[in-house]
Design a protein around this ligand. Structure first.
Ligand SMILES: Cc1cc2nc3c(=O)[nH]c(=O)nc-3n(C[C@H](O)[C@H](O)[C@H](O)COP(=O)(O)OP(=O)(O)OC[C@H]3O[C@@H](n4cnc5c(N)ncnc54)[C@H](O)[C@@H]3O)c2cc1C
Length: 377
């Protein structure tokens, strides 16, 4: 397989690098990590800059290879990541593009691209995480509305979101996977209550969301009633397939910085440190190759990432944890100082083997759908 740039890719890369060199110095200072309204404004501002310069479509309209080049070059240049636009750009948007009606695409996609509206994901519930099909939030029809009651948990960016991609149970009698519907719910609708949750790393990046007879127009349903499970599988393949790609580039940069720090503070003289860094470097290079392979597979199958995304997510999340454990080793006593670089990243890396489907669930997918092993109970 040839992973080198085609002449068009080269031109795309050069044009992007040139724009980044001019645009990045004009960005305002980064807001504090826990000031979510300020972070929302910053992330939407960056998205607007991308839109004005013609780059905003890249997550959806560009070829998978161009998308990869975009993620690689923006990360290398130190550009902001999608941030609060994560759900809109990387799952709800692609899902609406693939499954929505023309009217839904016209209503929701342009504001995401222009950096005007933030989305969050209301999938998990207190008793439905890995076993998502156990979800119990109910929705029943009342004329041209659904009335929704229940609760969601771990909803990232809920506090600053305008819309929620929401999974609800519309048929309690049907087999579990067949009674689910995918709705777009406005977060300012009466009956929506958001209660932020503080994480180990000190940030309130996600929340519990309580829904008390919230009225959602039937026109906000994406896909057919009770066909939400199939729509959800489209969303999740985007989440696992492309959502973490830019971070692999960032991890490779952290490795270089760690090696510099180890040389500076003498930890390099412990043979275990260069050995770990060398092995991690090989792992991240392999992950980048795996990403390129997944992207070319997606290119061949019409743009939707396949089960290869589970292999990537599984390996990447563990390697990220190992990277930041190694950072702690390099920092020595400094690893307890929250103001030092990499310390908060180490705490948040713990969540990577849980978010977007735990490692055990990814292993089940690999076992059943790639290796063809019998299904577990
Ligand atoms: C940082 C972060 C952000 C998140 N953001 C969102 C969000 O925006 N929206 C949203 O809806 N959700 C979000 N989540 C929730 C996430 O999707 C769930 O935490 C995840 O799916 C696991 O569900 P759970 O926490 O209920 O754990 P459980 O499903 O209760 O799992 C507990 C343990 O049992 C294991 N287990 C469960 N079932 C099996 C099985 N069949 N085989 C083997 N092992 C099994 C799991 O691997 C895990 O170790 C987020 C989570 C994190 C950490």
């Amino acid at each position: 397989m040839d992973f080198s740039d085609s002449p068009q890719d080269e031109e795309f890369r050069a044009r992007l690098k040139e724009w980044l060199a001019k645009a990045l110095p004009t960005l305002p200072p980064k807001p504090p990590p826990d000031d979510w309204p300020a972070r929302r404004a910053y992330d939407l501002g960056w998205q607007r800059m991308l839109y004005d310069a013609g780059w905003a479509q890249v997550h959806w309209d560009a070829s998978p290879t161009e998308r990869l080049i975009f993620l690689e070059e923006t990360e290398k240049a130190g550009a902001p990541y999608v941030g609060a636009n994560f759900v809109g750009l990387l799952h709800a948007g692609p899902t609406i593009a693939a499954e929505g009606t023309p009217a839904q695409r016209a209503r929701w996609l342009p504001p995401i691209l222009r950096g005007e509206e933030v989305w969050c994901q209301g999938f998990s519930e207190p008793d439905a995480g890995s076993d998502l099909a156990a979800l119990r939030t109910r929705a029943w029809r009342d004329g041209d509305h659904y009335v929704v009651s229940g609760s969601k948990i771990w909803t990232s960016h809920a506090e600053v979101a305008d819309w929620c991609e929401l999974l609800v149970r519309t048929d309690a009698e049907a087999p579990r996977h067949r009674g689910i519907t995918w709705l777009a719910m406005p977060m300012d609708a009466p009956g929506v209550t958001v209660r932020p949750l503080r994480t180990l790393a000190g940030s309130a990046e996600f929340a519990e969301v309580f829904l008390d007879e919230v009225r959602v127009p039937v026109a906000h349903r994406v896909g057919e009633e009770n066909d939400g499970w199939r729509v959800t599988m489209v969303t999740l393949s985007f989440e696992r397939g492309t959502a973490f790609v830019g971070e692999v580039v960032a991890c490779r940069r952290v490795l270089v910085e760690l090696a510099r720090e180890a040389r500076r503070n003498g930890r390099w003289d412990d043979p275990g440190v260069p050995r770990r860094l060398g092995r991690l470097n090989a792992e991240f290079r392999a992950l980048w190759r795996l990403t390129q392979w997944n992207v070319s597979e997606a290119e061949a199958s019409g743009g939707v990432p396949g089960v290869g995304s589970s292999v990537f997510k599984l390996r990447y999340s563990h390697m990220r944890q190992e990277l930041y454990d190694t950072a702690a080793d390099v920092l020595g006593d400094g690893a307890l100082d929250l103001d030092r670089p990499w310390v908060l990243d180490r705490l948040s890396s713990l969540s990577y083997t849980i978010a977007a489907g735990t490692s055990q669930i990814q292993r089940n997918i690999v076992g059943e759908r790639i290796l063809g092993l019998p299904k577990g109970r």
